[in-house]
Unconditional design. Structure first.
Length: 268
């Protein structure tokens, strides 16, 4: 979900849109996962909570369902929209899918309203701590800093800025995505702060978070990026704040919640 990507490596899409014939024959009992498997290597991740100019697939196509449900390698959206789109494609033209599309169209200029619809459909409010998931479950990292669709063999279908050398839809393990977060201190700060806001909110730790944010911004403005030493130091500071809040910063599952099959509602 929304993060400042200025200090994140600029990863561009390098894969052509995969046709059905070029995708490995991966079967799933979940229709949304089957859609996601066929879309691997397509879609283009952009941060942002609403369909902004650079995050345009939903903004441009909500009135054209055929175009909305046929994204290309250049179709820009955020991770939560990608999960929703897999569900909309899997259950196209059902009354519930059509209702969701209409509601998104009505709310496209309203940050809060638009995101409330996304959260409702992908199941964020119903997500619970977990240590495993099934195909079709929706997996949330650090509150909803990142959102992915549970796939097969313990992997998720994820649209983000990695962990491979592209920002296309790809399979990854939760641990890989957790590591990607920690390797980018600006992302890690915002992810940790998002989790902290939901899980703790202790005012003393809040003050320390804000102090780290100020230091991080100063370092980025001064140098235009972080040195390996600075990355290590900021990661250590964020780890320390999470420990104070009662979490283990080396355990990915401390920061993951799972919603059970929420996209199935679109079948109605």
């Amino acid at each position: 979900m929304p993060i400042n990507t200025q200090s994140v490596t600029n990863v561009q899409a390098t894969h052509p849109l995969q046709s059905a014939a070029s995708v490995q024959n991966v079967q799933s009992t979940n229709k949304a996962v089957e859609v996601g498997q066929s879309w691997k290597g397509s879609l283009s991740w952009q941060s942002g909570a609403t369909p902004l100019e650079e995050n345009s697939h939903f903004r441009e196509n909500l009135t054209n369902q055929a175009a909305l449900l046929q994204p290309t390698v250049h179709s820009c959206m955020n991770c939560k929209e990608a999960v929703l789109l897999m569900g909309l494609k899997a259950y196209a033209d059902t009354p519930e899918s059509n209702r969701v599309i209409r509601d998104l169209e009505d709310s496209v200029s309203d940050d809060i309203g638009y995101n409330e619809i996304l959260d409702e459909v992908v199941g964020y409010d119903e997500s619970e701590p977990a240590t495993s998931f099934e195909a079709g479950d929706v997996v949330f990292f650090f509150a909803d800093t990142h959102v992915a669709l549970g796939a097969e063999d313990g992997k998720v279908l994820s649209l983000w800025f990695g962990p491979s050398s592209s920002s296309n839809l790809q399979e990854a393990s939760p641990e890989d995505l957790f590591q990607l977060t920690k390797e980018n201190p600006e992302v890690y700060y915002q992810a940790a702060k998002g989790w902290f806001n939901v899980e703790s909110g202790d005012p003393e730790i809040e003050f320390q978070f804000l102090d780290v944010k100020s230091q991080l911004q100063d370092a980025l403005e001064t140098n235009g990026g972080l040195s390996p030493t600075e990355k290590y130091e900021f990661t250590a500071k964020i780890d320390g704040l999470l420990r104070q809040a009662g979490a283990d910063p080396n355990n990915a599952w401390e920061f993951i919640t799972v919603a059970k099959q929420p996209l199935e509602v679109l079948a109605k």
